[in-house]
Design a protein around this ligand. Structure first.
Ligand code: XMP
Length: 315
């Protein structure tokens, strides 16, 4: 059986020895791997700068929640609000691949602005990632190229400037390590969130207003899943904003407003997924709350598509 305390002690020693007096830079997103990594580095007592880039396409209050989480575990983070840059660059863009490229490129630019003369870069690579990058051309490795500028990182690797302390671990071991580092349960059992954020859940043009609508509906759905005990029984769940308007009635008036599609899936590895048979009461509560409080929305749908042929995200 895996002895987490002994493993942790050994890991902290190893990190201290490897880092020495160098400053480590660590990108954090609020996701499980980067959070465990950042806290581990801080606990090892090395000099570390944690950078969080707000793309403007995060979930409702996400930047504030990440700040609070790191505050709780006593690790300072630097937040860079780049939302105006991202939204500006995405203006008028509707092609999914182009949207991804823009976001990926900007993310990397923003990160390297801070990390340019980095002495040591820490990455939350896990064992399955190590295997995947060996099988080049996989979807997973393509996805990751968005946030790991491969050439720059290869160069740093050759110079011995990349630190990957989690590279021998599986996700459940990372969670166990995180728990023993005092990271709250909720942070360790967060649903995965894609690098491009809500952009892949907003087909069509992305505007600040459309992001806000999506965030609001998403927060309602997620709160309902948590309240009903379904959050941790789903692998990933979210609200998407569809690029259509449809006719409805509000009061005595005809309305012509937007549609929200809810999606909740279970999956092992994101390569295949099945939609979750949520209780009608959960769907009804989420739908009623969204229809009553999200401005500009008059229709809520539940996505009952398996992957394949659908993907988990919309784009
Ligand atoms: P799809 O939509 O391809 O998603 O079925 C599979 C899983 O990958 C996540 N995803 C991404 N993660 N960058 C990421 O870091 C991306 O560009 C990206 N696209 C999809 C998605 O949330 C799901 O968990």
């Amino acid at each position: 059986k895996f002895d987490i305390e002994a493993f942790k002690a050994q890991m902290l020693d190893r990190i201290k020895a490897e880092v020495g007096n160098r400053e480590v830079i660590c990108g954090v997103s609020g996701g499980v791997d980067s959070t465990v990594l950042a806290v581990l580095l801080a606990k090892a007592g090395v000099k570390v700068r944690c950078i969080f880039i707000d793309t403007g396409m995060m979930r409702l209050n996400e930047a504030a929640e990440v700040k609070e989480l790191f505050g709780k575990v006593g690790v300072p983070i630097e937040q860079i609000d780049a939302s105006a840059t991202f939204l500006g660059a995405l203006k008028g863009v509707t092609d999914p691949e182009q949207k991804r490229r823009i976001i990926g490129t900007l993310f990397v630019e923003e990160f390297w602005k801070v990390a340019d003369n980095v002495e040591l870069l820490a990455q939350g690579t896990l064992y399955p990632d190590v295997i995947e990058s060996a099988t080049s051309g996989s979807i997973a490795s393509k996805i990751k190229t968005h946030h790991n500028r491969v050439d720059k990182i290869m160069e740093l690797k050759e110079q011995g400037k990349v630190l990957e302390p989690l590279a021998e671990l599986f996700k459940d071991e990372v969670r166990a390590l995180g728990a023993s580092l005092g990271i709250p349960h909720q942070a360790l059992w967060r649903h995965p969130f894609p690098g491009p954020g809500l952009a892949v859940r907003i087909p069509g043009e992305i505007t600040a207003e459309r992001v806000a609508t999506t965030q609001h509906a998403d927060a309602i759905f997620i709160a309902e899943l948590r309240r009903s005990g379904w959050y941790e029984r789903t692998w990933q769940a979210y609200a998407a904003l569809l690029p259509v308007k449809t006719v409805g009635v509000k009061g005595d008036e005809r309305s012509y407003e937007q549609a929200i599609s809810l999606r909740a899936v279970i999956s092992e590895d994101a390569m295949t997924a099945d939609w979750v048979e949520l209780p009608y009461s959960v769907l009804r509560n989420a739908s009623n709350k969204i229809l009553n409080s999200v401005k500009g929305v008059n229709r809520v749908l539940y996505d009952i598509s398996t992957k394949p042929p659908a993907s988990i995200e919309w784009e």
